[in-house]
Design a binder for this molecule. Sequence first.
Ligand code: G6P
Ligand code: MN
Length: 439
Amino acid sequence: PFILSIAGGGSTYTPGIVKSLMVQLEAFPLAEIRLYDIDEARQSTIAPVVEKVIRDHSQSIKFTVTSNAETALSGAHFVFAQMRVGQYKMREQDEKIPLRHGVVGQETCGPGGLAYGLRTILPMVELIDLVERYADKKAWIVNYSNPAAIVAEGVRRLRPKARVLNICDMPVAAMRNMGAILGVDRHKLEVDYFGLNHFGWFTQVRVDGEDRLPALREHIARFGLLTEDASQTDPQHADPSWVKTWRNIKPIMDHFPEYLPNPYLQYYLMPNEIVAHQDPDHTRANEVMDGREKKLFAAAQEYKRSGILPDAFHVGVHGAFIVDVACSLAFDLRQRHLVIVENKGAIANLPYDAMVEVPAYITSEGPEPVRMGAVPLFHQTLLMQQLASEQLLVEATIEGSYEKALQAFTLNKTVPTMQHAKAILDEMIEANRDYWPAL
Ligand code: G6P
Ligand code: MN
């Protein structure tokens, strides 16, 4: 049985991930679960909830809660990383600063994502070094920490040999919705997909070898990537803002019907419309703080008071996916999953060393990307621009370069002019004083 550490133990996602682990204990046997967070107060609020989830399924799994790296990581076989540097307070800034300039305010897309990248790359590298120092020599870090595309590129540049697999639940969440639309269990879908994280396209959706994209195309033209009654998304993606996000697949496919876009492409392809519908004083960070976070804290309090744990969290693709990936790594299952991986020719007309999101077979030595071939000029160009923006941001972080940061912001497709880029960057430097390297 494995020792698993969850870095970012105080996250609102932790109970859901642990619940998924409990459901899959037979496939992924555990001796110990350790929660590790630098915010002790937050983590100790959530820990009793997590412990209850474990004890409902197992009396024998050891449970440890710590802010000490050595205690957290010693001998660990797996580390699930989900750090949020600056927490929701800084997510709020990432979203609100660009919006004040009429630019998309989003956690991972546009200037918000770039700002978040500047905060996260170096702490992620610190975690990798701690894992290397204390954990089992064959330990894998399975990393959900955002902005995943930038984090992956930063890790590739700074710790190229690290056993880190960067993942995102958005493609598999899209597949959950596809499965519901087609009336097929999502595990029966086999997809082709190319892109960068939060910036890619499904090119085929096969069920028993037959491409069902044509059927999905027809459905999406009417309802977006949702069943007619919008019943299929699990609670993580069911808030009204997420329902709107799934519906916005429709206008994109109305214009470019060939491939099925990752929902995040709407921030790049229709930014004006997105901004027009965003409230600059109340963004997604506020929704999450008032919703998911409040609910979990209230449940923790209720549990402390009455010993009864309200069902304030859920198992969905987010938890299920990271456990599936870990199983495939642990037992060399060679399952096919969409993950973020060094290109190595998988997308023939993108750079060999770009960190791309494609299907890969997950072996115990890591992902083996599947060849997706060359992509059309339109998509290649969008991808190259986004890749350049993200790579410049990574270089800005490593070199402390203001000019490269400004180039990264200017190249981002959500940002209309150099002047917008500079105004936003300068405000973000102020807001991120405690987090960014000096530029
Ligand atoms: C999806 C994405 C994640 C992102 C999350 C935000 O799951 O794949 O990268 O962090 O959505 O969801 P939230 O509910 O926090 O806005
Ligand atoms: Mn993601």
